[in-house]
Design a protein around this ligand. Structure first.
Ligand code: ADP
Ligand code: MG
Length: 166
């Protein structure tokens, strides 16, 4: 796990940019934390780093929106806050969206991702964002690789974030 504290929204977006730099097609990144924790803020930093110029906001009337990037893969941004049943996640068919004829072609960033995780498969990066007591604008990001997805990249990410992985 990597734990990193950010002191302002731009700091969280810098962490997101570091994650984006290591992201590969087929990756699924689950963001969790209370309303206002910074999940959308993170996604905005992530998308910007991939070259998305559109404004990224949480999809409200659909669970998922897609963005073209300049990174060679598309970005799907989902928000499961309004999820009522797990079958809605199954219906999104994210594993199929992320692949074309078995070849990974997209990545997904999913706010409130834990709500959908039983339908999403074991391999993902999970980022839990919580308020840090040190100030109103401080957040702690706990980054964990599940199902081996990021095991080979966590040390690199820790180095980029200048904090130890353990
Ligand atoms: P969520 O999507 O988790 O509900 P948002 O990203 O929409 O949260 O909102 C987070 C709010 O907290 C924004 O208004 C953002 O400017 C503010 N904020 C303050 N400090 C931070 C920080 N360190 N990281 C992320 N957001 C922060
Ligand atoms: Mg949000």
């Amino acid at each position: 796990m990597i734990s990193v504290v950010t002191r302002h929204p731009a700091g969280t977006q810098d962490v997101a940019a570091a994650v984006a730099d290591l992201t590969r097609p087929g990756d699924v990144i689950l963001l969790d934390g209370d309303l206002g924790a910074g999940k959308t803020t993170f996604t905005q930093g992530f998308a910007r780093r991939l070259g998305v110029t559109e404004t990224v906001t949480s999809p409200t009337f659909t669970l998922v929106r897609s963005y073209s990037t300049t990174a060679g893969f598309d970005l799907y941004h989902a928000d499961l806050y309004r999820l009522e049943q797990l079958s809605e996640v199954t219906d999104l068919a994210l594993p199929e969206l992320l692949e074309d004829a078995g070849v990974p072609v997209s990545v997904a960033v999913i706010e409130w991702g834990e709500r959908g995780s039983p339908a999403l498969g074991p391999a993902h990066l999970s980022i839990q964002i919580s308020h840090d007591d040190s100030s109103d604008e401080a957040r702690r990001l706990d980054v964990v690789s599940h199902g081996g997805a990021w095991d080979d990249r966590l040390d690199d990410l820790a180095a980029r974030l200048k904090c130890p992985a353990n």
